[in-house]
Structure formats: C-alpha cells, structure tokens
Design a protein around this ligand. Sequence first.
Ligand code: ADP
Ligand code: ASP
Ligand code: MG
Length: 470
Amino acid sequence: MTKTLVMKFGGTSVGSAKAIRQAAALIQKAKEEWDQVAVVISAMSGVTNLLLEGADTAAAGDSKRPVAIAAELKKKHNDAIFELIRSKEEQETVFERMTAHVDEFSMLTHAVNILGEASPRAMDVISSLGERINIHTLAAYLREENCMAEAVGSVDLIRTDSTFQNGKPDMDITRTQTAARLGPVFAAGSVPIISGFMGADENGAIVTLGRGGSDYAAAIIAAALDAEQLWIWTDVPGVMTADPRVVKAARTLRNVTFREVSELAHFGAKVLHPKTMRPIVGSKCELWIKDTFNPDGPATCIVNENTKTEDLQALRAVTAIKKQAMITVEGRGMLGVPGIAARTFGAVAAVDASVILISQASSEQSISFSVNAAEAEAVIKALNTEFVRELERRDIDSIKAQQDTVIVTVVGSRMQHTPGVAGQVFMALGNAGINVIAIAQGSSECSISLVVDAKDTDASVIAIHKLIEK
Ligand code: ADP
Ligand code: ASP
Ligand code: MG
C-alpha cells in the first residue's frame, strides 16, 4: 500500500531564505522515507499581517500605507528568491510571478481605497497572496536542489462553501479534486508544494479558512489523501504546557489527546488552528507537531482518548485567550421567566457573534458569557432590542459588557477523575492576588476556564503553570 505523508510548514518555518533551506532539507529527507510526500505551506511570517493591514488602511482612506507595504512585500520576497535561487531562468519566473502578485495587491488595495470598504470576499483575495507567492519560491528552490517539486494552488484542491474568511470544506469534492490534481504529480515522482490557508467555492472565488488556517488546510488535504501521517512543522517543540513566550518553564507534552488539544486551541493556544483535528479525528492519520529548527528534538503526537500516556498529571497545560468582553444580563425578574437564555443566545447568534464561554452563575438571576471584545457592542445592541419589554418592566435590570477581560483555561483530560483540582487552581490565583470574575467548565469536562482582568493575564498563566510544574 502507498504510504503518504503530509507536511505543513508554518510562517516562521518558511519565513526567510535560511528557514526555507531547512524546510527543503526536511522535505528531501521525508521523500527518501515515504512513497508520497505532499507539502502545505504558509506565507512567510509577517506577510499575512502586512496584507491585511494594507487592506484595512486602504479601506480607512489611507492611500500611502498600502504603497509602502507593497514595497516591503517585494523586498521581503525578493531577498529570499535571490538568495535561494541561482538558475537565471527559475529566478526570473519566480520573480515575475511574485511581482505580478504584489501588483495585484496594489491594484486591489487601490480599488478598496476608492470604494472606502473591503468586502470579506476582497479581504480573502488580498490576504491569501502570501501563500500564493511562497509556493513558487519553495518549489523552485527544491528543483534546484534536484528534488522534483511542483507548486500547486489549494484552490484546485479544497472546495469550500462561500463563507469568506471562514470557509467550510466540502470533503467529497475536495477528495475528488485532490486525487485528480495530485495523482499525476505523485506519479511523476514530484512533491506538490501546496498553498495553505485557502480553498475556492463553486464559482472559483478564493475563500480563506480563518487566521492560522494553514494547519486546517493541511489536515483537509491529509484526510483527502488518506495520509498515514500529518506533520505540522512550527517554531516551537510541539504542544507545550504553556506558550513558551509567556512561561519560560514551559515544556513539551509528548502526547496530547484530541480533546485536550482541541480545548487548548479553542481557548487561544495558537500552536494549532482549532479546526485542525476535525478532518482527521477518527481516521488512521497520525498527527505530529514538530520543531523545524530542532527536527530530532522533542515533539508532540496527538493521540486518542484511550491511549495510555506517560504523563499522569491532572493539569496538563494552560492557555489564555485575549481581548474578551464579559456580557451579563441581570435582573431579579428573570427568575421564572421562561426562554430568557434561549432568547439571549438567539440574539447573539443573530449578529454572528460566537460565544466563547458561558459562565455558571451563582443564582438564576443573571446570565454571563464571553464574546470577542470587537463584537461586544453589536451584541449589547441586539440584546437591548430583544429585551426591550423586559427592560421596561424591570424584569431585566441591566445588560452590561465588561471590557478588557481574558479567559485563562487549564486543560487535562484526567481532571474529571481527580477531585480538588478546581480548588487548587483558585488557591493558586488567590495566593497571587488575582480576582476571578467568572468561571466555567468545558463541555468535555477536560478544562476549567476563568475570566480575569486583562492586566492579570500573564500572572494568572504563570501562577497556574506552577501547579503543572509540580
Ligand atoms: P506557525 O506559523 O508555525 O503556524 P504559530 O505562530 O501559528 O506558528 O503558532 C506557534 C506559536 O504558538 C508558538 O510560537 C507559541 O508562541 C504559540 N503557542 C501558544 N501556546 C502554545 C503552546 N501551548 N504550546 C506551544 N506553542 C504555543
Ligand atoms: N498565513 C495565514 C495566517 O497568518 C495562515 C497560516 O499561517 O496558517 O493567518
Ligand atoms: Mg499557525
């Protein structure tokens, strides 16, 4: 049977000529060991942010900043292309493609500037340019290194619906398209270098999968190819007990269950896109998170719930999700009025805001939940409209948003069988002098989330991590 490996390289892992060389070496090594290797890559690190900034500033009426960004984009890619590629012919082709894409950026941002707004569809065409450029650089460099490689746009593989900026894949069509497009590439002994982050809808319009969506794209392709394994190469040694940028003592978790990692990703651990697990959960595909810059060092394997892991700790990792607003609907008259909760969340859903967490209120006189801070205003407005009569009658006293909050989440699938962990967590925060605004337990009972003031974010994470270090 043909053994297929899908490898995904994140922004930092393909963010400079040096990193691209390292990624290419890892691809060549894998090609010697596997029958088929498919590679999914991100834009160079920082590029997607620049593209989005260009679109935003253009929409806000700034015509200069997008011009400066175009120059920066050209320079960044140019430096990598000329450092990596020696053959004049390859160099010219890649350079021309890159220039054409950056010119596309300039034209699009010019149009956005005139219109004074960027539709989600326009944002996707613009924000996906980084991946669309980068596949050509890596593929050309591999060819120079005598490794057959072909740049492939994921728009030819992944079919999505038309939800711009948050595309949902159609796996059946994706499977058929992927087999048709990649079959001949594999048959020729070549490695497809595929753009992450996006697919296309039935009209061929580019639809991105959300920020950080290259992980998700790679998992979709791994599922479509029935891959044996998916390796996500990033800039840290796998999934760690906390973000190593915040907690110096963070260490690699060798095994993490699907549930644990889903919960971590949902609550802000950037190391994996929250939807990455969806296409492959329940399949035979093994998922690994590895460090590009220390490939033989510590790494994480995502395992099934019933796999025996060597780490028996109840608390395994801690994460934080920033820029949250805590919304509270409160009133003594709410008690006994049926349907308040349903109407509350109905109103929230109607403005397309997603509820990150619902807190267990100590009484039935209030409902509290967290949404992204940017969505708070729209949510409050919707709730005021929904409950206009209850507010008049004083059944509901207030609908408030507390801005500048964060959600800190501690994860561990053994937590549900270990008494006293919640107590330990509160004690740790109490001892650090941190006030807990609200609490919630994850639906899968493998996490506890706490809402704290934004100023207490790092201190909370560090205090809880001390429990994990023990
Ligand atoms: P990539 O570009 O490779 O997709 P990301 O920047 O999206 O990389 O994700 C990797 C980053 O995730 C790390 O640099 C790290 O700062 C952050 N991170 C947050 N929480 C964790 C965690 N628990 N374990 C590892 N990394 C984490
Ligand atoms: N380049 C995209 C982003 O920065 C996708 C990714 O890197 O996963 O969001
Ligand atoms: Mg990422």
